[in-house]
Design a protein around this ligand. Structure first.
Ligand SMILES: Nc1ncnc2c1ncn2[C@@H]1O[C@H](COP(=O)(O)OP(=O)(O)OP(=O)(O)O)[C@@H](O)[C@H]1O
Ligand SMILES: [Mg+2]
Length: 352
């Protein structure tokens, strides 16, 4: 049985026609790290707050560790749900030392036990030397690790983190993704992390839940979600892609599109007439005598690679978007260069 079960979770805010979260179903196993990923306003924070008990769902139920914490007839208060929360701004108490901050949620413990636990969690986050300092005497990344230590101190069933990386600069953000995942894994904690950043989500989670307008679009492991996005929204939200309309060939293996015939990774089960394809730019590889040929319309430098926007020769109209393909940085290409490329079937997906 899953450790956390959200069933049909729905939230209407008064005065709004559409629900902020609509019939959300989600199962999470013990020790799993999942992220809720989606654009601003899609209902991520509302979902997290309903799990924490800060927001009352309009419908549905929440089960944590076999215990019903919310249903139609029953609602456990936040402090009884066994949840550790890390807020976006960390919410450390500025007038308390780090040690006191970390011990804050342990008021029922003896002083000796509290001190022992504070030492343990400070060690876990690698800041055992900092107990006597105050929050303002720490860097952003250190403050965040303290906020996580404080959330973990009472040994919660689940840790909830809302946009944990958004206050950090790019370099630190990357390090903290790694540190936070390590700490959560070492503590063997189940965690739900909210982010609108695909890189955060992919770097830290076992499962990614993509949401749009309060509705789950897809639940999948990062790699599967990238390679097999379910619909156009997911395909575009998790990375860049080329979306093409097409007609399926009788052989159920090829799609006829405006750039020509495209081969699917495997034969499709049923005949579909009109389909949509998502082709990842890294699935298009420059080749001496590639199947597709066109003129580079725009080049941008992505750092590790160059983004080429290629207008295909056999294209019937200029109304279509040029194909985006990635080229190695050492390749000499400029606007006007004629390139040819092949498409790797593994990075092609049929989408809704
Ligand atoms: N207290 C509230 N009263 C009315 N509407 C609300 C309230 N809180 C949130 N909403 C609305 O619910 C929707 C979902 O909001 P939510 O905060 O869950 O989004 P989010 O995915 O966390 O977005 P962001 O990435 O910007 O934090 C939004 O349309 C928002 O305006
Ligand atoms: Mg939010």
């Amino acid at each position: 049985m899953s450790f956390i079960q959200l069933s049909n979770l729905t939230k209407y805010f008064s005065g709004t026609a559409n629900p902020a979260v609509r019939s959300l179903n989600l199962s999470i196993n013990k020790g799993e790290i999942i992220t809720l990923l989606g654009p601003s306003g899609c209902g991520k924070t509302t979902t997290l707050r309903m799990i924490a008990g800060f927001e009352h769902p309009s419908e549905g139920s929440i089960l944590i560790d076999g215990k019903e914490v919310f249903s139609k007839t029953h609602s456990l208060p936040p402090e009884k749900r066994g949840i550790g929360m890390v807020f976006q701004d960390y919410a450390l108490f500025p007038h308390m030392t780090i040690e006191k901050n970390v011990m804050f949620g342990l008021n029922k413990w003896s002083t000796r036990e509290k001190k022992k636990r504070a030492k343990e969690v400070l060690e876990l986050v690698g800041l055992e030397e900092y107990g006597k300092r105050y929050p303002t005497e720490l860097s952003g990344g250190q403050q965040q690790r303290i906020a996580l230590a404080r959330a973990l101190a009472p040994k919660p069933n689940v840790v909830l983190m809302d946009e944990p990386f958004s206050n950090l600069d790019a370099g630190l953000r990357e390090k903290m993704r790694f540190d936070v995942t390590n700490i959560l894994r070492k503590a063997n904690t189940t965690a739900i992390i909210v982010t609108h950043d695909q890189k955060d989500a992919f770097a830290v989670s076992d499962q990614v839940v993509v949401m749009k307008d309060g509705v789950i679009q897809q639940i999948a492991a990062p790699k599967e979600m990238y390679r097999c996005p379910k619909n156009c929204f997911v395909a575009q939200f998790v990375g860049k892609t080329n979306l093409l309309d097409g007609i399926m060939d009788e052989d159920l293996k090829h799609i006829h599109t405006h750039i020509g015939k495209v081969t699917l990774p495997e034969q499709w089960k049923d005949k579909l007439d009109s389909v949509k394809l998502s082709i990842r730019p890294e699935g298009c590889q420059l080749a001496e005598q590639g199947q597709y040929c066109g003129e580079v319309e725009r080049v941008t430098y992505g750092g590790e690679y160059q983004e080429l926007y290629v207008r295909l020769h056999n294209e019937p109209s200029l109304s279509k978007e040029p194909m985006l393909i990635y080229a190695p940085i050492e390749q000499d290409v400029e606007v006007g260069t004629i390139v040819s490329f092949d498409i790797k079937p593994e990075l092609i997906a049929l989408v809704e």
